[in-house]
Ligand binder design. Structure first.
Ligand SMILES: NC(=O)C1=CN([C@@H]2O[C@H](COP(=O)(O)OP(=O)(O)OC[C@H]3O[C@@H](n4cnc5c(N)ncnc54)[C@H](OP(=O)(O)O)[C@@H]3O)[C@@H](O)[C@H]2O)C=CC1
Ligand SMILES: O=C1O[C@H](COP(=O)(O)O)[C@@H](O)[C@H](O)[C@H]1O
Length: 505
């Protein structure tokens, strides 16, 4: 996937550096030198995902030999060795399977730490200039903004002001702004310093192995497209309950809420992958154009078809306002007004402190016109246990996805009884010699390679905010729900008659 400019970049060549050269390690390995600056390097995401992802790439021989990494947070943090040690603990915890003290020390030697704030980035800018001089002409910087959305635009201005953006590529973490107006302002500020072809808006769900599995399923086979439409599909369910609560992120939740954090980003992007038209080519231009076209057909969300919830005890959490109306749960029905999908509900659900952590994309097909088998289709279900309906194709949205086609199957024996039965496929079991990449690992590698295929463009983001704006303007009152439940009753009703996909029966 992805288009790769041919030939090495030359001096003055302004396109993104294509760093992909064949190597003994892997054809995907990045070989040209780079300087990677991570803003927010002392934060949760950097500890749990970014440094573990970079270390996995390093262990797999997929990073340039002379890659330098400068981590940055707003405060000075002791000496650089303290910073490396803290990162090492995170890597041990979150990438334990590849951790090795010797290799970590080798990797950590490339990592530096320099503080910077939105007001003052001079020391960091100097460190970057030095690193670029030492690394040579080709060492174009890649700047990763892993900071709260509230300061993202100011940070981009600082990067522009100090010259750090010169010749750089920029990775931006989600959410991209907090509504349409702020997203437009952010995009305009970015455009002043970094051309769009060097901007990588990251939504890590798009980096999941499952996304490429779905693309392969839909566009690598002849059979699926023939029934991937309103004639045959009854509904599409994107169900992403999370068992975890706030995990120390109260400030983030209070300022962002689950609708902006998860729905306007990850869940809408998953809807996009499930529903897009086949592109002419599987490259960045082809896929991004199709996603934009799909989002243009996505009907603005209706607050009357949206349920907000807040888990019991949320207001007692440290850092949460006593009278907070922030939603920790969202369920909604969305509609795509185009020829393929008109009239098919897309059911989206996510929330914190729910019964389990799962991520399931389920396509439910229309029932056979005549129910010949008693136990086969069974009665339509309006309760929370929706997962065992036959005629459903489901995909775990993970890096080791399970693909399952649930059928009405004949039970062995004399009687002609039918019960739900599964045809399953696990790519990592079918291809045991191949190692899937973790989502951030894949996206970091692609950004280093200059491949925007799995990153979202400004126009897509702005259209998604347009779609979300009615709910932002008139948010539903959050309904209480018990921890460990499946959300408020109203959300269960929203998915009637077939229910949500999780929990599975
Ligand atoms: N955590 C997660 O699971 C995920 C997070 N994301 C996204 O990643 C981004 C970062 O999230 P997360 O790591 O959780 O956030 P954290 O609050 O844990 O970390 C924020 C980071 O930003 C730095 N920072 C905050 N304010 C400033 C400032 N004014 N100037 C300079 N640096 C500043 C902090 O530095 P210091 O430590 O010095 O205060 C810290 O390094 C967000 O956009 C979030 O949406 C995306 C996917 C998952
Ligand atoms: O972006 C986010 O994603 C996580 C869920 O993704 P995971 O890969 O970390 O499981 C979510 O918990 C978090 O609130 C959100 O900011």
């Amino acid at each position: 996937m992805g288009s790769e400019p041919s030939g090495p970049p030359t001096e003055g060549d302004d396109r993104p550096v294509n760093d992909v050269h064949s190597s003994s390690a892997s054809p995907a390995a990045v070989r040209d030198p780079r300087v990677l600056v991570i803003f927010g390097a002392t934060g949760d995401l950097a500890r749990r995902n970014l440094f573990p992802g970079l270390f996995r790439l390093f262990r797999a021989g997929l990073l340039p030999d002379d890659l330098r990494i400068i981590g940055s947070g707003r405060r000075a943090r002791g000496d650089v060795q303290d910073f490396r040690d803290r990162l090492g603990e995170g890597v041990r915890e979150f990438a334990g399977e590849v951790y090795d003290a010797g290799r970590w020390a080798e990797f950590a030697a490339r990592v530096d730490y320099v503080a910077a704030t939105t007001e003052d980035g001079s020391e960091l800018a100097e460190a970057l200039r030095r690193a670029r001089r030492e690394a040579g002409e080709r060492a174009r910087p890649l700047l990763y903004l892993s900071v709260p959305p509230s300061i993202a635009e100011e940070m981009v201005r600082m990067i522009g002001r100090t010259g750090m953006a010169d010749g750089a590529s920029l990775i931006m973490e989600k959410p991209f702004g907090t509504d349409l107006a702020s997203a437009r302002a952010l995009d305009a500020t970015i455009a002043a310093y970094v051309p769009e072809e060097r901007v990588f808006r990251i939504d890590h769900f798009l980096g999941l192995e499952a996304v490429r599995t779905l693309l392969a399923l839909r566009f690598g086979n002849g059979i699926f497209e023939s029934f991937w439409n309103r004639e045959h599909v009854a509904s599409v369910v994107i169900d992403v309950p999370e068992a975890l609560g706030l995990e120390g992120r109260a400030a983030f939740m209070e300022s962002t809420g689950t609708f902006r954090d998860m729905v306007s980003t990850h869940l809408c992007q998953m809807l996009g992958v499930a529903a897009i038209e086949p592109p002419a080519r599987l490259d960045a231009d082809g896929l991004r154009a199709q996603r934009l076209s799909l989002f243009r057909a996505l009907r603005p969300l209706d607050p009357a078809e949206t349920v907000f919830g807040q888990f019991d005890g949320y207001r007692q959490e440290e850092g949460v306002a006593d009278d907070s109306t922030v939603e920790t749960f969202v369920a909604l029905r969305a509609w795509v007004d185009n020829w393929r999908w008109r009239g098919v509900p897309f059911l989206l659900r996510t929330g914190k402190a729910l019964g389990s952590s799962e991520r399931l994309l389920t396509v439910r097909f229309r029932a056979a016109p005549l129910a010949l088998f008693d136990g086969g289709r069974g009665a339509p279900r309006a309760d929370e246990r929706g997962g065992d309906r036959p005629d459903a194709l489901s995909l775990e949205l993970s890096d080791r996805p399970l693909l399952r086609l649930r059928l009405g199957a004949k039970r062995p024996g004399a009687a002609l009884d039918v019960a739900p039965g599964d045809l399953t496929f696990r790519p990592d079991e079918a291809f045991p010699d191949d190692e899937p990449l973790e989502a951030y690992e894949k996206l970091l590698l692609d950004a280093l390679r200059g491949d925007q295929t799995l990153f979202t463009g400004a126009a897509e983001i702005e259209r998604l905010w347009e779609v979300c704006q009615p709910v932002l303007d008139a948010p539903p009152e959050p309904l209480p729900y018990a921890r460990g439940s499946w959300g408020p009753r109203a959300a269960l009703d929203l998915a009637a008659p077939d229910g949500w996909a999780v929990p599975d029966a």
